[in-house]
Design a protein around this ligand. Sequence first.
Ligand SMILES: Nc1nc2c(ncn2[C@@H]2O[C@H](COP(=O)(O)OP(=O)(O)OP(=O)(O)O)[C@@H](O)[C@H]2O)c(=O)[nH]1
Ligand SMILES: [Mg+2]
Ligand SMILES: [Zn+2]
Ligand SMILES: [Zn+2]
Length: 472
Amino acid sequence: MFLKKQQPATKNYFFEKSFIDWKRGFRKVWSTNVEISHKILSFAQDSWDDDNHWLKIISVLAFISSLLTITVGVLLIIPIFFVYLITICICFFFVTCWGLLFWINERGYRTFRRISIICRKCNTRFKYPEYKCPDCGKLHSKLIPSNYGIICRKCICGHKLPTTFRRRQKTLRQWAICPNCKTNIYTKEITPISIATVGGPGSGKSCYIQSAVKTFIDQIAPKAGWSIHFLEKDDEDHFRKISKYFNDGILPEKTINQRPQAFNFYVKSNHWSPEKLLYIFDPAGEIFHDANNKQKYYEYLAGLVLIIDPMSIPKVRAKYLNNSSIDNEDMLESPDRILDTLINTLRKYYKTISKIDIPLSIVINKMDLFDLEDIIGKRAVVSEKKANIKSDNSRIHQLCINFLIEAGYKNFVNNVKSYFSYYHFFSCSSLGYSSKNKNESFRPFRVINPISWILCQHDHDFVKGFKQLNKL
Ligand SMILES: Nc1nc2c(ncn2[C@@H]2O[C@H](COP(=O)(O)OP(=O)(O)OP(=O)(O)O)[C@@H](O)[C@H]2O)c(=O)[nH]1
Ligand SMILES: [Mg+2]
Ligand SMILES: [Zn+2]
Ligand SMILES: [Zn+2]
């Protein structure tokens, strides 16, 4: 409520100027009174020095009136200014209470809705953007109800800036600036949900993210009654492009950006407000070679999707390589090394020795290859039909664990269990068929489950949303 940082704005009258006015007024009236009494006193002294008797009488009278001026001054000025001060204090009290109501409303809404902003350029997350005054360009931080104004703030240039959440969103969105890199952020103050992929080069992260996003936007959102729109035109164009490539069976290019730009879209529903803004990060696999490679987004992750290419597991590879060769054989990196690096990086980053609280989806990808679907996919679940297992997802989770243990990855599974508080194993195929059959639309399957699991871990609105969806 009382901002420490100086703002290029004038403070609310009752928070500063009223007390300055009182002090100035009191000084002025008091000094005028003293001055008048002083003048009368010096007149009395001059008259006393004269030999004229009449003047001596006048001098005595002047001396008495000088004393009276001071006394009446003290008796009148002090009570009047005391009442004046009390009135200002009462106004200050009521304005503060009024301001506190708005401030609590703003803070409560932000905390409850977990509102913050992520800069697209530097990936920094911050609670409040800076707002540029549309008239003079001065930067205002924390444009919220404060001692600089309850419902609006007056910039030093005279321009009035709204300080309440809704009016600020309506009128000042294009003036929001990242406090870190000072670029325009355009985004609304909203609930961001950030998800990032993890996996070695060529494990299938980009294919996975693109097919999961496409499935979410094209199939899940319309079914659930959520409307999707994009942060910027570039995001929409990017989505249209990958959508077209997907339909034409064209693979994404190798990711080279070490600090990935987030792919964003808003999810709007009648059941929640404000909208949710999904940030999806897809880094290049090479960053997981280095445990010191800290990404800014680690600070605010809602979940991680660890992609495992089954062919990067030596035993699995040995079993299937006789049947066929793989495109990116020489690039494959063992998933246990990737997991070790991830655990080291996160533990260093969060300076913790206890479990990591970020939900982790472990996804065995490329399920279209060979007979993997019969071992850890839906076909395996159908053929087993275990009555005691609640859902296909729980069964696949267990099958994946068994598969990894049999493939010599017991340590991997144990590390997941001992270092992560929330984890789930999934299997899916981002493309639906081997990339060798070019120019045919990809047919991903089960790609949404790892993402929906993370969304449900992070946000209660999505739990209800997906529950509703499963009932349909
Ligand atoms: N058969 C099959 N191949 C896949 C699938 N997903 C990805 N691939 C193959 O894996 C290759 C690498 O996929 P990407 O998504 O580019 O891998 P990445 O993890 O993003 O790699 P980097 O960008 O280098 O980190 C693709 O060119 C495909 O050939 C899948 O679901 N099935
Ligand atoms: Mg990639
Ligand atoms: Zn201004
Ligand atoms: Zn920035």
